[in-house]
Design a protein around this ligand. Structure first.
Ligand code: LLP
Length: 429
């Protein structure tokens, strides 16, 4: 599957020249390949064909309605973490009874909304939350369907900010306490136990942490199935993607490179045998795997600047548009949209216009020689890109566009200055 590649020396997404999209909608601009998202979804779905399963896309990775609709139409469920995400799923035509609702700090309003909508399961992260849900469901004369989120205490070998499955983290209920909490839940008159959930972290690039977590939790899952006739076991998301490719050298296409990551097949091979034994519906909550490599952030070089030994390319996107490099020091490949004619390369920092030294996309990166006005693509920005963007420095949020085959369309308008102050009121005293 070719989604981002040079054709006639111009970077294309599917069959669309990215330069044309930038010309039409301006920069900074997020562009997503619908074909890639669908391809990743279908690959995972067919690798799991021998299991009763449901892929619940983690909406937090990229929540644009066009993407949610694409996946809802393909048959996906959704993993949501707020009432706002549930609202989006509904607005995109997704079904609440295919949604699981995670999160350590759900509010009364969120729990009420989820119950009214009839989500498949509220994934409970503490005893206090369980009590609260029972009480709210009681007031509504309902039974809340719940799963407990278990913390299996495994090290997923990923960045500490996105590691969630060890006892050091705030997430889930410790495995050794889980049986007792289920017992309490079973006594509650407004709770219906429907499943078990876990999620050990994100951008995981080895199979072993996933397999270890499943091995640790499976005996309890079998016990819960016998005792409470639970329907599902959700093994969470977390599959890592490749952020470095051979595209920069002009020698390949993005998909070819991403096949060298932890492949879908390796992942499925590692988890399938144990899961098959359980004879339960298996839920997965991938976010990055589906959307990450399907998106780029297009940005234009505004100025070049030499400062002592250092050279900077100051681009029109900033950390407010894509915060991952600043927050996690994460690597994103950056390539020119017009394939460089010369092989000359230089070390350069690619930085944004925001007033912070953390406002960078690449430091001391070897890049083709850049010119002012060059259009660049920051690769693999489809997940945790736009969703984490902010108005910092009063910068309007960027636009988003969708590509499918040889078609492209705007899926979010660029914010205006008026948008920046909308909702600010008063003071009235
Ligand atoms: N399920 C739960 C309960 C989660 O907390 C997450 C992600 C997922 C599923 C999806 O994980 P994925 O398949 O996308 O790895 N902002 C960070 C990533 C934060 C992930 C938070 N939880 C980043 O930019 O790397």
């Amino acid at each position: 599957m070719h989604s981002f590649h040079y054709r006639d020396s111009k970077l294309h997404c599917e069959d669309v020249d990215l330069g044309r999209v930038a010309q039409e909608f301006g920069t900074p601009l997020y562009i997503y390949s619908a074909g890639t998202i669908l391809d990743h979804y279908r690959r995972l779905d067919s690798a799991l064909a021998s299991l009763d399963h449901l892929i619940c896309y983690a909406v937090k990775a990229n929540s644009n309605r066009a993407i949610l609709k694409l996946l809802a139409d393909a048959g996906a469920g959704f993993d949501i973490v707020s009432a706002g995400e549930l609202f989006r799923v509904r607005a995109a035509g997704g079904l609440p009874d295919r949604c699981t609702f995670a999160g350590v700090g759900k509010s009364r309003e969120e729990i009420e909304y989820a119950l009214e909508q009839g989500v498949y399961s509220l994934n409970v992260e503490s005893e206090a939350e369980l009590d609260y849900i029972n009480q709210i469901a009681g007031a509504k004369n309902l039974r809340a369907s719940i799963a407990l989120r278990l913390n299996p205490d495994v090290d997923p070998h990923t960045h500490e900010y996105i590691s969630t499955g060890s006892h050091e983290n705030k997430f889930g209920i410790a495995l050794e306490h889980a049986a007792a909490v289920y017992e309490r839940a079973a006594m509650m008159s407004n709770i219906r136990i429907v499943g078990v959930q876990m999620h050990i972290g994100s951008q995981i690039t080895e199979t072993e942490p996933f397999a270890e977590a499943i091995r640790k939790v499976s005996p309890l899952v079998s016990e819960l199935k016998a005792k409470y006739r639970i329907e599902f076991f959700s093994i969470g998301g977390g599959l890592g993607i490749v952020y470095e490719s051979s595209l920069a050298s002009g020698s390949g296409d993005w998909w070819q490179a991403s096949k060298t990551a932890l492949s879908i097949q390796q992942y499925v091979n590692a988890v399938l045998p144990e899961l098959r034994e359980l004879k339960l519906k298996i839920l997965l909550e991938p976010g990055r795997l589906l959307a990450g490599n399907a998106g780029v952030l297009l940005t234009r070089v505004r100025y070049l600047k030499q400062s002592g030994q250092k050279k900077f390319a100051i681009v029109d996107a900033g950390m407010n548009d894509l915060i991952r490099p600043a927050l996690y020091h994460s690597y994103h490949e950056i390539v020119p949209v017009d394939e460089p004619r010369s092989s000359a390369r230089e070390k350069i920092d690619v930085v944004g216009p925001v007033c912070e030294s953390a406002d960078f996309f690449a430091l001391d990166r070897e890049m083709p020689e850049l010119q002012e006005g060059d259009l660049l693509a920051i690769m693999s920005a489809g997940a945790y890109g736009f969703v984490m963007a902010s108005n910092y420095n009063s910068r309007p949020l960027p636009a988003e566009a969708f590509v499918h085959g040889n078609k492209f369309a705007l899926i979010r308008q660029r914010q205006t200055f008026e948008d920046l102050i909308r909702g600010e009121v008063g003071p009235t005293f």
